[in-house]
Design a binder for this molecule. Structure first.
Ligand code: ACO
Length: 333
């Protein structure tokens, strides 16, 4: 694929992640809820997930990923002129935004910063928003962060959901370049299904205390598989790209069975599919950038790699993205 553009386009110039140290394994869950390692692995593919410390906030996780992403783009924080964060587990309910907290942590006190709420599809939405910001000329270097402290909105007595989620953050910088563009992004939503996956507020509470996340998993599962299979095929067809041209498929990591269904539909080999759900679980808006970073640090994601992303989440929201990675190849130093 010829990646040279005469007109500069938005390009993802770096990727990085922060992974909390503490591991919560399936065996750990066996100690306090009625579940088993066997059930969780068979139904979801998840073996363990990471949990942030009590005093570690969502913005702390996001800041650590952001610092690395800015360095990897060969920039300093002062080169960043907008920060957009996708999260469903912000530090504060309504305000201040997690983006404002991350901006302050980076020493940026006069900058555009805002959060978006698109649940597990957050990183796809971030790509669309950042692409528009830089291609319109409104901003030069947009820091995008998917960051989750999902453990902070989880009911650890509800076995139908608590075994699925983990904490972590991923970040990248989007800037204009003449090579390796974000080729196309498709995002969508259907609020009629909102009640199948939601974080309610208590109807009685005067204070805005959210309740724990709830999901009708089986119903979400069926819609997610069908929607994602159609969405990725439409995006490839629209851009006249055959699935065998894709170097890496990096899907949202909710459930191994969902990932495999889309992988099969695209007829992609295991080598082309990035899977991290077994070790991180579902980290919602952080899952795609965390998976990208794993592929990057393993040397699988390289400068110019043609990658396909897809995600589905609460809202319902969903989307897919096609891009060539614009960052330098990973070097350990
Ligand atoms: N351990 C053991 N048994 C369990 C557990 C558990 N942790 N959880 C549920 N079960 C039981 C149920 O009670 C049920 O028992 P029953 O048959 O006696 O009633 C049985 O297992 C089957 O339950 P299902 O919910 O039908 O299980 P399913 O195979 O659908 O798997 C899962 C559940 C893993 C949640 C799956 O439905 C799923 O992955 N859904 C999609 C998740 C997703 O993609 N969400 C979108 C992104 S998330 C976001 O945006 C925040």
């Amino acid at each position: 694929m010829n990646s040279k553009n005469l007109t500069p386009k938005a390009s993802l110039k770096s990727i990085a992640s922060y992974i909390p140290e503490k591991i919560l394994s399936n065996k750990d869950f066996e100690q306090f809820i009625d579940t088993s390692d066997e059930w969780i692995v068979r139904r979801t593919g998840i073996k363990e997930r990471r949990i942030a410390k009590d005093d570690e906030t969502n913005s702390d996780l996001g800041t650590k990923a952001a610092i690395k992403a800015i360095q990897r783009a060969h920039l300093t924080p002062k080169d960043i002129d907008a920060i957009v964060v996708a999260t469903l587990s912000p530090d504060y309910f309504t305000m201040p935004s997690t983006a404002c907290k991350i901006a302050a942590n980076l020493g940026l006190t006069n900058i555009t910063a805002f959060d978006i709420s698109a649940a597990c599809s957050g990183f796809i939405y971030l790509l669309e928003v950042s692409k528009a910001l830089v291609e319109s000329g409104a901003k030069k270097n947009v820091l995008i962060v998917g960051s989750e402290k999902a453990s902070s909105i989880m009911d650890y007595t509800d076995r139908s959901i608590c075994i699925l989620f983990g904490d972590g953050a991923g970040a990248g910088v989007v800037s204009l370049d003449t090579q390796n563009p974000i080729i196309d992004v498709h995002t969508a939503s259907n609020g009629e299904f909102g009640e199948l996956l939601m974080t309610k507020r208590s109807p009685k509470a005067k204070l805005c205390e959210p309740l724990a996340m709830k999901m009708k998993g089986n119903e979400v599962f069926k819609i997610a598989v069908n929607t994602l299979c159609n969405d990725v095929i439409e995006l490839l067809n629209k851009n006249n790209i055959d699935s065998n041209q894709i170097d890496l498929f990096i899907p949202h990591q909710a459930n191994l069975r969902i990932i495999k269904a889309v992988q099969e539909k695209l007829q992609l080999s295991d080598e082309k599919c990035v899977i991290t759900v077994e070790k991180f679980g579902n980290t919602s808006a952080a899952s795609i950038p965390m998976a990208m970073n794993e592929a990057y640090e393993e040397g699988r994601l390289k400068k110019g790699s043609l990658i396909l992303l897809d995600a589905f989440g609460g809202g319902f929201t969903w989307g897919s993205a096609l891009l060539q990675f614009g960052g330098e190849n990973f070097t350990r130093f």
